[in-house]
Write a protein that binds this ligand. Structure first.
Ligand code: NAD
Length: 486
């Protein structure tokens, strides 16, 4: 039986209470191991270790030394690629081909990309006049913010956690990570890598557990946490924002989405089908940037819908290690109940189920897993709950539209504002529509094409703040102005 312990001050520790919870496979519901649940005591120890580490050898490293150390971490993840890959696939059930292509390499890359950004981050300088005519010089100076709480979700566990830990450490902070209760494995394994690479104890800490009245709440309400970076649901983001209000701690929130995809009649239809298939169904639809609302210009609506149905029918459900499979289960039984609730609601709200809509028969060995069919609906009203609430499953609604103005209004008619995709070969139209999207990220003839130097984040209820490139550096550092009278 595997045990997933906290990683505090460079050591793996169990909870003093001995409290654990089960980690079950989404593939077949088999027991993968038990995870210790942190109480206030473990969270406090982790935060103390992180605070002390700021004043220890870590705090004295030069930028070049820190860069070398974090590059070593990236290299070591790649050397232990197979172990990270296996752990991620066990926890999430996702196909190995996807995790090998996205989760693990990108998880490692996050440690390299942000050391470069932080090393090359310019600050400002202003010379000012003074009444005595001698003047003064101002210059900006950045220092680490301190102890950063990292609260992470389960859909891309390693990638989304290192997307925060990478820049936090690159800027000289220390971290306490609370991975999702669904996916403890790769974050736990990263502790070993930190020790192997010589990252000083206390710089990277991990506490396991749930949100309310558990590790998540204890961490985000801890007075010695200087800033909180969170990825997850909007409602959880609201709870974290409230927690951060006490003591005026800074927050970075990457939350949910209900992202539109707009397919114009002048698009390359095969490119649009390929991209929309990925944006709606990759990772079993569990991608914050994924598309749940597809708007197709009427002249190509029937053709586009038919092609999407053909492609969905070709998706191959199977175990992570099945090389033919490109579609895994949802992350848990609990999440499947939520997604299935929306599948049933769609029918109640008048949807036509074009394909899918149910729970597949996977055979005796897998039927206890969290499998669900990839699903396409048509015919829902724009105010249906299925059209307005984030489902976070492998499903989308496809609706025809007649004019550019109409589709811009439809796409923006949502509380969320994370991402949008536009499919057109008319570049003037692409820019015109992209500029009017109320979203933090807009792709034209692409989806999930990410340059780590660019900003990432959501408008409206999809979040607060921007990560990526120099934008995250604002959050992970404290800017100081030094004024020298000449
Ligand atoms: P979630 O909000 O349920 O949980 C995320 C993390 O927060 C977990 O570690 C959880 O234990 C913790 N948590 C829950 N309640 C808490 C509380 N009160 N205090 C402190 N911590 C708490 O989200 P999830 O189900 O893990 O992830 C799916 C959601 O994440 C979707 O809404 C998706 O859109 C969003 N997401 C957003 C992005 C983005 O970049 N915008 C990326 C990935 C996922």
């Amino acid at each position: 039986m595997k045990e997933f312990k906290h990683f505090i001050n460079g050591q793996y520790v169990a909870s003093a209470s001995g409290k654990t919870f089960e980690n079950r496979s989404p593939v077949d519901n088999s027991l993968l191991g038990k995870t210790y649940e942190a109480g206030r005591e473990e969270v406090d120890a982790a935060v103390k270790a992180a605070k002390a580490a700021l004043k220890g050898p870590w705090g004295k490293l030069t930028q070049v030394e820190r860069t070398k150390l974090l590059n070593k971490v990236a290299d070591r993840i790649n050397e232990r690629f197979e172990e990270f890959l296996e752990a991620e696939c066990l926890d999430t059930g996702k196909p190995r081909s996807i995790a090998a292509h996205i989760d693990i390499p990108r998880g490692a890359a996050n440690f390299k990309a942000f050391t470069e950004t932080s090393a090359n981050l310019p600050t400002e300088g202003f010379r000012m006049d003074t009444p005595d005519g001698k003047g003064a010089m101002n210059f900006g100076h950045r220092t680490p913010k301190g102890v950063i709480a990292v609260v992470a979700p389960w859909n891309l566990p390693l990638l989304l956690m290192t997307w925060k830990v990478g820049p936090a450490l690159a800027c000289g902070n220390t971290v306490v990570v609370k991975p999702s209760e669904e996916t403890p494995m790769t974050t736990t394994l990263l502790g070993e890598v930190m020790n192997e690479c010589g990252v000083p104890p206390g710089v990277f800490n991990v506490v396991h557990g749930f949100g309310p009245d558990s590790a998540g709440e204890f961490l985000t309400t801890h007075p010695d946490v200087d800033a909180i970076t969170f990825t997850g649901e909007t409602r959880t983001g609201e709870a974290i924002m409230k927690a951060a209000a006490v003591g005026l701690r800074n927050i970075s929130l990457e939350c949910g989405g209900k992202n539109p995809s707009i397919v114009f009649a002048d698009c390359d239809i095969e490119k649009a089908v390929e991209g929309t298939m990925r944006s709606a169904f990759v990772n079993c639809g569990q991608v914050c940037l994924g598309t749940e609302r597809v708007y197709v210009e009427r002249p190509i609506f029937d053709q586009f819908l038919a092609r999407m149905k053909e492609e969905v029918a070709k998706l191959k459900l199977g175990r992570p290690e099945d090389e033919q499979a490109n579609f895994g289960p949802l992350v848990s039984q609990e999440h499947r109940s939520k997604v299935k609730y929306y599948y049933d609601l769609a029918v109640e709200e008048g949807a036509k189920v074009e394909i899918g809509g149910g729970i597949p028969d996977m055979g005796a060995a897998l039927n206890d897993g969290a499998w669900i069919e990839p699903t396409i609906w048509t015919g829902l009203a724009d105010d249906a709950r299925v059209m307005r609430e984030e489902i976070f499953g492998p499903c989308c609604h496809i609706r025809p539209f007649d004019s550019e103005d109409e589709v811009i209004a439809l796409a923006n008619d949502t509380d969320y504002g994370l991402a949008a995709a536009i499919w057109t070969e008319n570049s003037a139209r692409a820019v015109r529509v992209a500029e009017q999207m109320e979203a933090g990220i807009v792709w034209v003839n692409a989806w999930f094409l990410r340059d780590l130097r660019t900003s990432f984040g959501g408008a409206k209820q999809s979040g607060i703040g921007r990560e990526g490139g120099v934008h995250g550096m604002e959050f992970y550092t404290e800017m100081k102005n030094i004024c020298i009278k000449l």
